[in-house]
Design a binder for this molecule. Structure first.
Ligand SMILES: Nc1nc2c(ncn2[C@@H]2O[C@H](COP(=O)(O)OP(=O)(O)OP(=O)(O)O)[C@@H](O)[C@H]2O)c(=O)[nH]1
Ligand SMILES: Nc1nc2c(ncn2[C@@H]2O[C@H](COP(=O)(O)OP(=O)(O)OP(=O)(O)O)[C@@H](O)[C@H]2O)c(=O)[nH]1
Ligand SMILES: [Mg+2]
Ligand SMILES: [Mg+2]
Lengths: 292, 275
């Protein structure tokens, strides 16, 4: 159940009559290695191990007859609690349509996520619309259109339009006139350091006031997850996160980095390319996965 | 400026953190720092950085450079990698490079799975002046590759670049498929695929090693393209890949336009990594 690294951390603490601060510090070295190998950002790891150390040096561990077990329990629970509450899906607004905007880096899985969300809403009997606001990527509109037909959900698009903000605005207007339950605006992938492109997102936000802005992040993201989450959080504001491509063998430490920096709830994980490959986020499962 | 013993440990520790923060990986970072730390060089910060930089350059330059045989026509390049790393865009950049050098380029639309994958490749082909061989969506990817290589051979074209669907390396049936695509090209053109380029995403962490291992085992990767280096991620994982697997880095991707491809240079990369 627990990883090699944690086993070795356990061994450092077990078999000692009395646990010393040094035993805990040494065990934390193994925890640090496990988290770094899992792609958790090194600054987030430092904070995490400091917090665990404080808890672990509490009287409980030092006087327990199974200090190793208790230590591992503290590590696991601290990680699980940091992951946030589970199953906090996107809430539909009291007055429709619920406006959802999806953003993130190039290739993270946004367009696919939009279609998956629409599939999820339609399974709950909601009627909505996808807005194709990626005006840059070749065949982006075709991609969303094709996925939309497969959901099935209506897709609003304007070919040869160079104003993404206007497209979202007009799409929302169309959705209101049809009394739809939700709209999901798919945006172009962009770098958090691209000022002009980040401004496009804040322009969209200011124009249509989304109820939910979702950061779609690649589950295999490494140390950079902290910078990405920080920029999107401070510039745009993130209400929820979807972590994609979690059907691979990556440990997914980006989840902890993103949570630690943005405080936004991870709502779903993408577990495949098909439209039903979207799962509600489970913090305990994520904690176990990261710990390896 | 670090001078004494305590500062020495501090300097090494902060450089190790910088390397970890660049996605070099804790093991490789530790090995590099240990080698430099035990080398007995003067431990002021500048000389530590220089020594680390040189160690990284040496690791990156040490990968075996396969002699790319450009004598066989068409020269067949297969591009592989996990989902969304930048394969299709990289192919457009490569095609542009080959066209600019006077080659006739054919693109094979072997991503027959993802929505609008063929349309995306066709638009790029139009922009760079390359031809496309495609079938209907859902068609067998290997047969598209077969037809593309046959067409290029019969038309006397110089270069075939094969676009494949993104696939996670843990999916056995998809990895079998990419191996099959590679084998099929060899039936049409001697020694094909002459190059197999693995496109990695610079923002990806340690999983890139697992990707490089798996793709290498299944279809023999001859070179790596590290895309999206125009972001804040440093792509340090290539140092670990060079050290553990010896696969050379051929190109880096620095943007979304056809000119945003540069030949990999270990010195420039090592300097940027420590910057
Ligand atoms: N295995 C797997 N693949 C996924 C998942 N989500 C998306 N993908 C794939 O990842 C690739 C990129 O997905 P897109 O939806 O095009 O990503 P994007 O963020 O819209 O890309 P840009 O618009 O170019 O920024 C495609 O091949 C998708 O099929 C997932 O959860 N698992
Ligand atoms: N900033 C930046 N973006 C890039 C780079 N290379 C590709 N992209 C973008 O990354 C996204 C995905 O690129 P694709 O070429 O579709 O990736 P792919 O690997 O073919 O994706 P799949 O076929 O779905 O697996 C697109 O939005 C590209 O414009 C790069 O070097 N820098
Ligand atoms: Mg997209
Ligand atoms: Mg592609």
């Amino acid at each position: 159940e627990i990883s090699e690294k944690l086993e070795s951390a356990l061994k450092r603490i077990k078999g000692h009559g009395k646990i010393s601060e040094k035993n805990v510090t040494d065990a934390l070295k193994d925890v640090r290695l496990a988290l770094l190998e899992a792609d958790v950002n090194y600054k987030v790891v430092k904070q995490f191990t400091d917090d665990v150390k404080t808890k672990a040096l509490g009287k409980e561990v030092l006087t327990s007859i199974t200090p190793g077990q208790l230590f591992v329990k503290i590590v696991y629970e601290e990680l699980r609690d940091l992951m946030g509450e589970g199953a906090k899906e996107v809430a539909l607004a009291p007055n429709p349509p619920t406006v959802i905007m999806v953003a993130g880096l190039q290739g993270s899985g946004k367009t696919t996520a939009c279609a998956k969300l629409a599939r999820r809403f339609s399974q709950k009997g909601k009627k909505g619309m996808l807005i194709a606001a990626d005006i840059y990527r070749p065949a982006a509109v075709d991609q969303l259109e094709t996925l939309g037909k497969a959901v099935p959900v209506e897709v609003y698009y304007e070919r040869d339009e160079d104003d993404a903000v206007g497209i979202v605005e007009r799409g929302l207007k169309a959705a209101k006139s049809k009394a739809l339950d939700y709209v999901i605006a798919d945006t172009a992938g962009r770098l958090h350091v691209d000022e002009k492109m980040m401004e496009e997102l804040t322009d969209i936000r200011e124009r249509v006031h989304p109820h939910e802005t979702i950061l779609v992040a690649d589950g295999m993201t490494g140390q950079d997850a902290v910078t990405i989450a920080k920029e999107f959080s401070s510039t745009l504001g993130i209400d929820g996160v979807i972590l994609t491509k979690m059907d691979g063998d990556e440990r997914g430490g980006a989840a902890l980095s993103i949570r630690a920096v943005s405080g936004a709830p991870i709502r779903y994980i993408g577990v495949g390319e098909k439209l039903d490959a979207l799962e509600v986020f489970h913090p305990e499962r994520m904690a176990s996965r990261i710990l390896g | 400026i670090a001078r004494g013993g305590g500062d020495r440990a501090g300097t090494l520790e902060s450089i190790e953190e910088l390397l970890i923060g660049a996605d070099i990986g804790v093991r490789t970072a530790g090995a590099i720092v240990e080698k430099v730390g035990s080398s007995g060089i003067s431990l002021n910060e500048e000389s530590v950085r220089d020594t680390i930089r040189n160690e990284i350059i040496s690791i990156l330059s040490g990968t075996c450079q396969p002699g790319v045989d450009l004598l066989v026509k068409p020269h067949v390049i297969m591009v592989v990698g996990v989902n969304g790393t930048g394969k299709t865009t990289t192919i457009a950049k490569l095609a542009h490079r080959y066209k600019t050098a006077g080659n006739q380029v054919l693109l094979a639309a072997c991503d027959t799975f993802r929505a609008a994958a063929i349309e995306q490749l066709e638009i790029w082909a139009g922009r760079v002046g390359a031809d496309v061989v495609k079938h209907k969506p859902g068609a067998d990817a290997a047969s598209v590759a077969y037809d593309a290589c046959s067409a290029a051979a019969s038309r006397g074209m110089d270069t075939v670049i094969i676009d494949t669907a993104g696939r996670l390396q843990t999916k056995k049936n998809l990895m079998d498929e990419v191996a099959k695509i590679g084998r099929v090209t060899g039936k049409v053109v001697d020694g094909a695929p002459h190059e197999v380029l693995l496109v990695l995403d610079a923002t990806t962490g340690q999983n890139s090693i697992s990707q490089a291992k798996a793709f290498s085992e299944v279809c023999g990767v001859t070179g790596i393209v590290m895309a999206k280096l125009d972001g804040t991620a440093k792509g340090g994982i290539v140092v670990a890949i060079a050290k553990e697997l010896g696969i050379p880095i051929q190109f880096i991707g620095t943007g979304e336009s056809i000119d945003d491809l540069a030949a990999f240079d270990p010195e420039t990369f090592a300097t940027a990594l420590l910057g």
